[in-house]
Design a protein around this ligand. Structure first.
Ligand code: IVH
Length: 667
């Protein structure tokens, strides 16, 4: 066969196999027997062996999983992946509805969707070709899991139109696949997954895509990251477009005219929940019109045009076997209930924090009691109340100890606090917890250093403070239990990479009392370098509007400690970055840039700058970039195929620039 004929044949086979696969996986209506699909696929495999140059990344043969990866690359999302605000009752939904009506009036519709219980992913298409898939991560930066996502049959590798777009959806494991997988795991004497969501997440985090390919994952897509030139004006139209492009969207969606209709549907879905072949943990309500969505806008974390209704938490009864004490990073000693293991909302619960002694008294909790347990926000186990009727008289009272359970130094109750604290700065428990905090996601974000590894390293005396992390060697790590070559290499890379973090991550990570991740960012933005912050007086710190008296005190006292100064010096000598790398603050009025003090909206596709780059550079010059056009917008930058935001700007007579003008003004 010559190459032209082969090419034509390959194309035919792609089309045919894609159609079979779509009928089978998306429509759930197989159009041919499995044997026919397999035969055609084999035909394609043979042709690709004969003409390897015809094997493309969108070939149906590429779904079986390719090479084993070394690790996952971090990727920045073109538009942030936000999460949704939660509603826990019908009243919360009615309150949401009232807020919506206050802004956009009565003339609108909702789209009602199921809240699929899996994990959020973003799928990037260039000219119709699937080029990259990522996890949500922290919303701005996720992980590249393209090779694993490629194995999901309901993700088209090529769209039916040559769009460049980012599609968002929920990857999940169907209930049946989950059960089958756990049966296999039990047969192999492996730990089963706690629930389908963990199973899906675990599968997509496999470095070997061949394993992911065997896990029968699926996806429902629910939105478009950037609408671009698709002409879509409503969420419902977006979903219809996604259908036409070959994606799998959820069929249970409905348009609703008002909140009563929504609440009726909610009751219907609650009854139907068990019979669905996949897990849902609630419902999502979205304002249909994209223009009205823009009018409603966003809070820092989530859109104001949508809300997630979470089903009420399941409550179960179990026995409280004991109360254990845990010492946290700040020395607070927390009593924790040890429970007779019980299944709640998909996972087995064995422990629940009891917070402090006052709460134990208030709920009248005794060791040996039968208690009601639920998961708050469906994640954190909580003791709701005690079943006093079930008492036998054998139950015993609990009292907080006077000494730290780890280092035996005397516990103190700080005025105005309910908690008891160990104030020994050398307390091993505090140090260990501090290390765990340092590597966590919002701090230095070192992957591969979970609690278990930190505890091991600490136990072995390999790390006593955070600076020691940067001295770890391959030999030391490989000697640890359950650490293979690959994980050691990945871990060392992750440690190395963390040296480049912007200052706020370090500031949050070192654990200055009262300094959360937001305050750390504010401090980093204002002082820009560690040295400047360390040398700042209390007056200078408190002068920052978001920083209060108590925090300023804590910051200044922290940096006065000799051990802290030594620690920072050590981190510096290991090459840990001590500078703020994010967008600079500038007193708007003082800056003489044209952007200073202006509220600017970016819309459409920019050719030369990425969205983020443009945003950062504008902000560096004192401008503020927002998501939606309103009367307070000063300037709109319109790229290719700008849509409704541009029309709105024109309507409101707002100045509009093209990308060339933007670049010129940015200098
Ligand atoms: S919309 C900005 N729709 O629920 C809007 N989310 O916090 C982004 N989810 O992690 C989300 N089903 O992955 C949307 N039909 C649906 C969804 C859905 C599940 C997940 C989503 C996110 C979380 C919301």
């Amino acid at each position: 066969m010559d190459i032209e004929t082969a090419q034509k044949k390959v194309q035919e086979l792609h089309d045919l196999l894609n159609q079979y696969s779509y009928d089978y996986h998306v429509l759930d209506k197989p159009s041919v027997p499995d044997a026919e699909y397999d035969a055609r696929l084999q035909e394609l495999v043979k042709l690709e062996e004969q003409f390897p140059e015809l094997r493309t990344s969108d070939s149906p043969t590429q779904r079986v999983g390719g090479e084993i990866l070394e690790g996952f690359q971090k990727v920045e999302h073109n538009t942030p992946m936000l999460s949704l605000a939660n509603a826990f009752s019908e009243q919360d939904l009615r309150d949401f509805d009232r807020r919506v009506r206050q802004v956009i009036g009565e003339d609108f519709q909702y789209v009602f969707e199921l809240k699929i219980d899996g994990l959020a992913v973003s799928l990037r298409y260039e000219e119709g070709l699937f080029v990259r898939g990522a996890t949500r991560g922290d919303g701005t930066i996720g992980e590249d899991i393209t090779e694993n996502l490629r194995t999901i049959h309901t993700i088209p590798l090529r769209l039916k139109k040559r769009y460049s777009m980012e599609v968002r959806g929920e990857a999940f494991m169907p209930k049946r696949s989950f059960e089958r997988l756990n049966e296999q795991k039990l047969e192999r004497e492996e730990e089963p997954f706690a629930n389908p969501r963990n199973a899906a997440a675990g599968s997509l985090r496999q470095l070997d895509p061949k394993i992911a390919a065997k896990r029968n994952l699926d996806i429902f897509v629910y939105g478009i990251g950037e609408i671009g030139d698709t002409g879509v004006k409503k969420q419902s139209e977006g979903l219809d477009l996604l259908d036409r492009l070959g994606f799998k969207t959820n069929r249970e969606r409905k348009k609703c005219e008002n909140i009563d209709e929504v609440i009726n549907l909610l009751h219907e879905m609650q009854d139907k929940r068990q019979s669905l072949p996949y897990e849902i943990d609630g419902l999502v309500l979205k304002v249909d019109s994209l223009e009205q969505q823009e009018q409603l806008g966003y809070t820092a974390k989530s859109p104001r045009w949508a809300i997630a209704y979470k089903f009420p938490a399941e409550e179960v009864m179990t026995k409280l076997l004991d109360i254990e004490l845990n010492v946290g990073r700040t020395g607070v000693v927390t009593p924790t209930a040890i429970l007779e293991p019980v299944r709640v909302a998909g996972t087995t619960v064995k422990r629940a924090s009891l917070h402090n002694e006052d709460l134990i008294r208030e709920k009248d909790i005794k060791i040996g009691d039968y208690v009601v347990v639920k998961k708050a926000g469906d994640i954190i186990p909580e003791v709701v109340n005690v079943l006093v009727d079930q008492r036998t008289g054998e139950e015993t009272d609990f009292h907080m100890p006077e000494e730290c359970p780890e280092c035996r130094s005397e516990l103190v109750r700080i005025e105005g606090e309910v908690a008891l604290r160990c104030i020994n700065p050398k307390c091993p428990a505090q140090i260990r917890e501090g290390l765990i905090h340092f590597v966590s996601r919002n701090a230095m974000n070192i992957d591969g250093l979970g609690e278990r590894v930190i505890a091991q390293l600490f136990q072995e005396g390999l790390i006593t403070d955070v600076a020691d992390l940067y001295e770890l060697t391959r030999e030391q790590l490989i000697a640890l239990e359950r650490m293979g070559e690959k994980s050691v290499e990945n871990l060392l890379n992750a440690i190395q990479q963390s040296k480049q973090n912007s200052l706020e991550k370090l500031l949050f990570g070192i654990g200055i009392r009262y300094v959360g991740s937001k305050a750390a960012k504010t401090l980093a933005q204002n002082f820009e370098t560690m040295d400047r912050l360390m040398n700042a007086s209390k007056e200078e710190v408190v002068a920052i509007s978001e920083i209060g008296e108590k925090m300023a005190d804590s910051v200044v006292t922290y940096f006065e400690q000799a051990e802290v100064i030594t620690l920072i010096e050590e981190l510096k000598s290991h090459g840990v970055n001590m500078e703020y790398k994010g967008p600079k603050l500038q007193a708007a009025e003082e800056s003489d840039s044209v952007f200073a003090g202006k509220t600017i909206v970016l819309t459409g596709k920019l050719e030369q700058l990425s969205r983020n780059e443009a945003k950062e550079r504008i902000e560096a010059l004192g401008g503020k970039v927002t998501g939606s056009v309103s009367k307070s917008t000063d300037l709109v930058i319109a790229g290719e195929a700008a849509g409704s935001k541009l029309s709105k700007a024109e309507e409101l007579n707002i100045e509009v620039w093209d990308e060339a003008r933007l670049i010129e003004e940015l200098g």
